[in-house]
Design a protein around this ligand. Sequence first.
Ligand SMILES: [Zn+2]
Length: 360
Amino acid sequence: MPSHKIQFILKNNRQSEIHFLEGEVHFLMSQLLHQMVGRYFVIIDEKLTKVFPCLIDLIQVPTLVLSGTESSKSLETVEKIIHFLHENQCRRADFLIVIGGGCLGDVSGFAASIYKRGITWHFFPTTLIAQVDSSIGGKVAINTPYGKNQIGAFWPARHVYIINTFLQTLDVQNYNAGFAEIIKLALLVGGDLLKVIQADEMPAISKLVILCVEAKLKVIDEDWIEDVDGTRIGLNFGHTIGHAIEKISPNLLHGEAVALGMKVELYLAKCMGKLTFCVQNLDKLLGKFNLPTAFQHYISEEQWPSFSTILTQDKKNETDNICFVIPLLDKAKYASPVQIKKLHLSLTQLKKNLFYDKFN
Ligand SMILES: [Zn+2]
């Protein structure tokens, strides 16, 4: 099978390998599952069992079918997974295979991180957002009623198998949502990725995914556990506001909320006098992938009390002020890496900027 492989040794000495594979899903999956050595169990997104009913026939080991939605990132799902592993007498040396999108990877990876103090897991990310973002870097987490990703760990999949043909099964909305994280990464790392994403002609998606994974690996290699002042914090660009929007408007996909979050955060940075990526240029980029840009359509002033409460619970806050992260624009337009700046804004100022100034 044609493939490209990146071997990556994380700073905590846990080794991760990322494999990029091109070819038919059924063929590749049967080859890969056949090659697995040892005892393992599978967790698969129920959506995939409908799109690829043959996948279930391929898997000859105990399998747990779960919903891969944001609401499945819960303690209840973790309990289900732990029960499934226990029922099947999973030992510490056994491993878990997870086939699905970012949410399923997050919750299953988290369960793997705590079951018997941690078992190995391998991930087959099947959505664009999972292939370019959540499968890389080892962050696994679940949500609580108090906010997104409030309980989690750094527990990378030992092998990540990125099969490009899984993307053909995505609907346009889910596919486009993946581009929000690609745009975020491009604005953070600058250089070639930013040029590529701004160009009229885009490379093949399989090439773009490899570029993104390489860029993200560079960012996290500098800062494996997200130090308070490390480089990895930059990956939170768009996510302070994005997570709060996502909680208030659950119909938005994560990528769509991040698109709005980037727009608002760049605007706030501009209000604070910071030289950053031009808001209008971001609009153009987001528009290319039909991503939302009008914050006012999703959050009204009446929703401010719940919106601001969510913002105060963000993990990045160091004081009562709200912390968000933006890429600072260098004088050289395509400088790489771009400098990252943490900004702190009071809730009063934030409300004024969002609802009383002329937000554009
Ligand atoms: Zn994200």
